[in-house]
Design a protein around this ligand. Structure first.
Ligand code: ZN
Length: 344
């Protein structure tokens, strides 16, 4: 359709209308442009200025005794959980993933306290990740974070405050809220890795994409002699006579990724034990004999049970909230606010 030419009814009125339009439209255009720039910046992961939330009422009223560097420090649950999240998950992760991590860390702490813990009357928790959970004080984390320190610290403290007291429960009790770095498509059930199954630690899908994760795929090679030595140290009954290519047999996998059992030198062992003996990053692996060396091709990192941290981050990127992430990785659980007194 052809546009009708504008008929100048009155030159002066027309000019006024034009000026008014310019005066009105220019600032509007500028505002739109500024908004777009802000969005572009957010896309480039510029630190946003986020308001810091006050510590939650439930967590800040709880005291936890933490064994650190040989001494016991008594601190609020809020401060303790912030220290665990700083140490256990990259602060660059999505806010909802950090919230899920705070909830898992709180639940793990309450589980330890409820079941007597590892430190008797001395302390509730320690900072050793192989015993309790890693812990990193704010000043030390800030040194690692550099320019991002304020933004990261705010994200972490807010993740703890926003989930104040929230605890993962099964049969109304805090669960063993274990977590790991990344899985090979699926997590593992507790029984695949440890001695017994737990109803809430089942194998579930995990959406992390390997190419985005550092060292998601790793390769570890052993000479035939080194391989033999390491295995014999754990299983002296193994028999390594004959060709190297005949030492490893009957590798079976769960769900297409995680090694269930494998027979090495005539001894059948679980995938999780092979992981320990050869210090592999996970029990999702394939084995090949290459030029006389025995080579493991390993996928993912960690024991593979419970919440995958990279999987949680991917779920958050895809729009899941922290409670959706928790309910995905811990089967059949409920969430409610709990204190140390509630579970002791
Ligand atoms: Zn400990």
């Amino acid at each position: 359709m052809k546009r009708q030419p504008i008929r100048p009814i009155n030159g002066y009125l027309g000019m006024t209308a034009l000026l008014a339009a310019i005066l009105f439209l220019v600032p509007l255009f500028t505002v739109v442009q500024v908004k777009q720039k802000k969005q572009e910046k957010a896309g480039q992961q510029e630190p946003e200025t986020v308001e810091i939330l006050p510590p939650g009422e439930v967590d800040s009223a709880q005291k936890v005794r933490v064994l650190l560097d040989g001494g016991v420090q008594t601190m609020t649950m809020s401060d303790y959980l912030a220290g665990v999240v700083r140490a256990e998950m990259p602060a660059s992760f999505e806010t909802q993933a950090l919230c899920a991590q705070a909830v898992a860390a709180r639940t793990y702490t309450l589980y330890k306290i409820a079941t007597g813990g590892n430190h008797g009357e001395t302390a509730d928790m320690c900072g050793d990740p192989t015993c309790c959970q890693a812990y990193l004080a704010e000043d030390r984390a800030r040194e690692n974070w550099g320019e991002q320190a304020d933004a990261y610290e705010t994200k972490i403290e807010n993740a703890v405050a926003a989930t104040d007291g929230q605890t993962i429960l099964y049969d109304n009790k805090p669960v063993l809220a274990v977590f790991h770095s990344s899985s090979a498509g699926r997590t593992k059930s507790a029984g695949e890795v440890w001695t017994q199954d737990l109803p809430y630690l089942r194998s579930v899908t995990s959406p992390e994409e390997g190419n985005a994760i550092p060292n998601y795929y790793s390769r570890v090679a052993f000479s035939a002699q080194k391989f033999r030595e390491k295995f014999l140290a754990a299983h002296p009954e193994a028999n390594f006579s004959g060709k190297t290519s005949g030492w490893i047999k009957n590798l079976t996998v769960y769900e297409g990724t995680n090694v269930e059992h494998v027979t090495i030198g005539g001894v059948t062992v679980r995938g999780s034990e092979v992981r320990t003996i050869f210090s592999l990053r996970s029990a999702s692996f394939e084995i090949e004999v290459q030029d006389g060396d025995i080579v493991f091709f390993v996928t993912g990192y960690g024991h593979g049970v419970g919440m995958s941290q990279y999987g949680a981050n991917q779920m958050a990127k895809d729009g899941s909230t922290w409670d959706e992430i928790i309910r995905h990785y811990y089967s059949g659980v409920t969430l409610a606010r709990r204190t140390i007194q509630d579970v002791s």
